[in-house]
Write a protein that binds this ligand. Structure first.
Ligand code: SF4
Length: 340
């Protein structure tokens, strides 16, 4: 990284490096998202200038309802603020309010190898799921993602392991740009959380996902959480209360690892193996611990719903600060590429 680039990445707040993360517009954030993403972000707020962006441009690459988009964006903002992404700690803005994201995407498009884009695992998966709408935006998704990150000279990007390939692609694009136009962009690193990155769904079959309806939402009421948790899949060997089980193959135990204390985890593991605890009581204990985390978030979200000006102001101020950084980057990029 050049001295100019290094100074830029570290000069935007107390000498800390920038971190970027995109948030899909959905208020229905589930506990998999919380454990794999939000909880880790909260731990990073002190070490980085954190820039969180609700990625409405990205949504357009998949089938979506335009009438619902604003509602989804709003819900995502409220849920994430309630979970801890508060003013003063980070920026939280809406991607389309900073159109420089798409301008940089076009410039990166002229460097992005189509062979590499076609090999992206997410593109292949999404193409299978969107067979009626395999559009250029879907193909180009990693380029927009690279622009999202590099527009802010982010050096760190917290992602799940399924997104590491896209960060590698971003690094590759940064390198290509630097070779072609001069050393300018940093090569960001992927921050993959050690735990919680892969929470299975309540069916125990696949990753927790909204579309598979196998999830618990972090704003779900205690009644709804219990309705979902009570019949959730456990170790199939525990047909009767007296049958011993193996916690290591049970998703409920994985959730205990995310929400219960070490002592409680040991109690559950021993009780499961000796049939000293039943699955019903094990799930009750888990639910009590989850509610300690989610009750305050649900209450805060409900307050924020009554404070639209607070949410509007945070989003607007964040967009203003992000736009300033984005404009500075684009001024320099235009000069480097010969546009101005
Ligand atoms: S006791 Fe708990 S960890 Fe063991 S199988 Fe039942 S739910 Fe899973």
């Amino acid at each position: 990284m050049s001295a100019a680039s290094r100074n830029k990445t570290q000069s935007q707040g107390g000498g800390k490096p920038n971190l970027f993360s995109g948030i899909q517009p959905s208020g229905d954030i589930h506990i998999g998202n919380y454990c794999g993403a939000i909880r880790n972000w909260l731990n990073l707020l002190d070490d980085y200038n954190c820039i969180f962006c609700i990625v409405d441009y990205h949504v357009m690459a998949s089938n979506y309802d335009p009438k619902q988009l604003q509602k989804r964006v709003r819900a995502a903002a409220i849920t994430n603020i309630a979970a801890g992404l508060e003013p003063g700690k980070c920026l939280l803005f809406i991607q389309s309010q900073v159109p420089e994201h798409t301008e940089l995407t076009w410039i990166f498009n002229t460097l992005a190898p189509i062979g590499l884009l076609g090999r992206m695992t997410q593109f292949k998966e999404k193409s299978r799921n969107n067979e009626d709408n395999i559009n250029a935006g879907l193909f180009d998704y990693p380029v927009l993602q690279a622009a999202d990150i590099l527009l802010y000279h982010a050096q760190a990007v917290p992602v799940g392991d399924d997104q590491v390939q896209h960060i590698e692609f971003t690094r590759d694009l940064a390198r290509k740009f630097n070779i072609r136009f001069g050393d300018y962009f940093p090569e960001p690193k992927a921050l993959v959380p050690k735990s919680g990155a892969r929470i299975m769904g309540l069916d125990g079959q696949s990753k927790m996902s909204k579309s598979l309806i196998n999830y618990i939402g972090i704003l779900d009421t205690p009644e709804v959480i219990w309705e979902k948790l009570r019949p959730a899949f456990t170790d199939p060997a525990r047909l009767r209360r007296t049958d011993p089980g193996d916690p290591l193959i049970c998703n409920i135990y994985t959730l205990h690892e995310n929400f219960s204390t070490k002592e409680e985890q040991e109690e559950v593991a021993t009780g499961c193996r000796s049939a000293g605890i039943g699955c019903f009581d094990c799930k009750k204990k888990l639910m009590d611990n989850m509610l300690k985390v989610f009750d305050p978030i649900r209450e805060r979200a409900s307050e924020l719903n009554e404070q639209p000006e607070f949410v509007d102001e945070f989003l607007a101020e964040s967009a203003k600060a992000a736009k300033k950084q984005a404009q500075d980057t684009m001024t320099e990029v235009r000069q480097l590429t010969g546009l101005r």
